[in-house]
Design a protein around this ligand. Sequence first.
Ligand SMILES: *Cc1c(COP(=O)(O)O)cnc(C)c1O
Length: 398
Amino acid sequence: MDGVSLRRVEQIQAGTHARIDLDRYEENIRVLREIAGPAKTFMAVVKANAYGHGAVACAHAAARAGAEYLAVARVSEGLQLRRAGITLPILILGGPNLAQVEDAVHNNLTVSVGAVEALDAVQRAAQSSPTRPRIHLKLDTGLHRYGALEAAAVEIAERCLLDDRIELEGAYAHFSSADESTSGVTDAQIARAGQLVRKLNRMGIALKYIHLPNSAAILSERIGESNLVRAGIAGYGLSPSRETDLPARIKPVLSIWSTLTRTFTLPAGEGVSYGLTYLAEHDEQCATVPIGYGDGLPRSTSNRGWFIVNGERCVVHGRVSMDQTVVGLKSAADVGDEVTIVGDPATGAMTLDDLATMDGTINYEIATRITARVPRLYYREGIPVAWDDLLLGESSGA
Ligand SMILES: *Cc1c(COP(=O)(O)O)cnc(C)c1O
């Protein structure tokens, strides 16, 4: 990194920030690839800023780990990756913004088509596209969110057979319940997809990719006839559900850090933060940390969560506010001391799963809620190698 970047890294480390361990992300992908089987094409899902982990840096890392395909949810997310120089194929999952399909096609993004209106838009875009638009037919096999039921799938396939400007490269479906141990629903979805794909084959459609498995299905080895797998959450070292065990080699990629902005004595009988919901029974050493729900720390951690200060577990006192949180100190600490908000549970730190439990939600939501004002620092071999500041639109380039 150049001098400017080194200075920015120091600034970022001195405040609230997230650290993303790119080596771990790559290792997790390698483990998932092994589980899925080497013959399967690996699609790394980097939607929603790579589940909060930084889309561009994670996309580069996924490519290094051997991912052949990327996936995002919005056309703009795909454009972000193209502008950053990512050349891997990128699938837009779910129904595309029809007004952006032309941009998608012109930027070589693969569009999901699960309704005839999306195919109309791709066909219009094909007229002006220098390259042959690639689409994946999204099948609705029971999730009933986006996708074609049998009649629409057949209509879309027939229209593709008649239009050689368009490459129908794949067909896929998404599981409703792969994260639950009862597999009846998942088996039924696999069977339905199989029937639809065989019907398309009989119509003369040859598909390069057929794909159903998400992280939960990869981990429970319900790959079926798929020759491509789509991994999001498990790549980031997080479990798709409480019912799904992660292999020990898969470890969390993201941690959240801050530093103390104030240490003080809370006098006996005084309260702290809005509503004074914590009252000191006796004089108590406390510290203020510049993190709040405006950064993505759930307010439900008020009086329940804990941060690690100098190796000790310090409980949140009072309400988490938008920008600041107070903890009780176990021993003397100074302004500027490092704080672990989320980290390795071996250090006693909270995990994203702990936050999800406290907030009555899932780790996916906690990860994607880390806001734009939290700068991301990317590490390799324990050293920062790149950074992103989404708020300032600045990045060192991963
Ligand atoms: C988000 C998403 C995935 C990834 O799911 P994980 O549970 O994070 O692995 C796969 N497929 C589709 C269609 C998705 O929307």
